[in-house]
Design a protein. Structure first.
Length: 251
């Protein structure tokens, strides 16, 4: 996982990041460079100035559609920076939305996220659907939720990631049998790695699971994009196969 995406996930989960600006007394010498440099315009990644001004690269008209009015990500999502400690084991929460007959959405959210974060995520989701040419005016955006682990004292026979994958695929299968969607768009954080499909030695973010009659598109979580808007450029690239299918189905 590259540094930008790693920091986005940590920030969305409320995990405070720390980079020492000088050598710590008694610390073991690092084999790496004395400082970490991330190539990003985001002020949140600067360790030299808290007043740095982000400079975003130019974006196309289509990419601009991913920026909702009064972009909530530029407020840095203060509630996502609460400084919480990392939690042991694999834990995630998902919100499932049926958008229409063609499309359903799953968004991974941090544990105990606030209503403000939820409203910002929905604003970004609506902007993305608009960019995809999807009419969501009749969607109530009332989520069906899924949490892992299923129970605090759950005993697993296999690796946690494998058990989580089985449970998540079971949840998706059940929703598809009920809603009959043809495309599933997943905004993923931790579940990215347990759902990714390898194709020709490379990760495929748009694919069909075996024996399934629907496509799955996987990209960054809405909370990650709000915290680090640069991720939206990669997201727009990930969404192109889905966008083409949706356009074809509307013809």
């Amino acid at each position: 996982m590259d540094e930008l995406k790693r920091q986005a996930y940590l920030s969305a989960m409320g995990i405070q990041q720390y980079y020492p600006r000088s050598a710590l007394a008694g610390a073991k010498a690092s084999p790496l460079a004395p400082s970490i440099t991330v190539s990003t315009p985001s002020a949140a990644l600067s360790v030299d100035s808290e007043e740095a001004t982000p400079q975003s690269p130019p974006v196309s008209d289509e990419e601009a559609l991913l920026e909702p009015e009064n972009e909530p990500g530029k407020e840095r999502e203060q509630e996502a920076e609460s400084g919480g400690e990392p939690q042991a084991g694999l834990r995630f929460e998902l919100c499932y939305y049926k958008i229409n007959a063609e499309l359903a959405v799953i968004d991974e959210i941090p544990h105990h996220s606030g209503e403000k974060s939820h409203s910002h995520s929905l604003a970004l989701l609506r902007a993305i659907l608009l960019a995809l040419g999807v009419d969501s005016k009749d969607c109530q955006f009332k989520p069906e939720t899924f949490s892992w682990p299923l129970a605090a004292a759950l005993e697993m026979k296999s690796e946690p990631a494998l058990e989580a994958r089985k449970a998540l695929l079971g949840f998706i299968k059940k929703r598809q049998e009920i809603d009959l969607f043809r495309n599933l768009l997943i905004f993923a954080g931790q579940i990215d790695e347990i759902l990714m499909h390898a194709e020709g030695g490379e990760e495929a973010r748009d694919h069909q699971f075996a024996n399934c009659n629907y496509h799955v598109t996987i990209t960054s979580s809405l909370r990650s994009m709000l915290a680090y808007p640069m991720l939206k450029r990669d997201t727009w690239h990930h969404l192109q196969p889905l966008r083409q299918r949706l356009a074809s189905s509307g013809e």
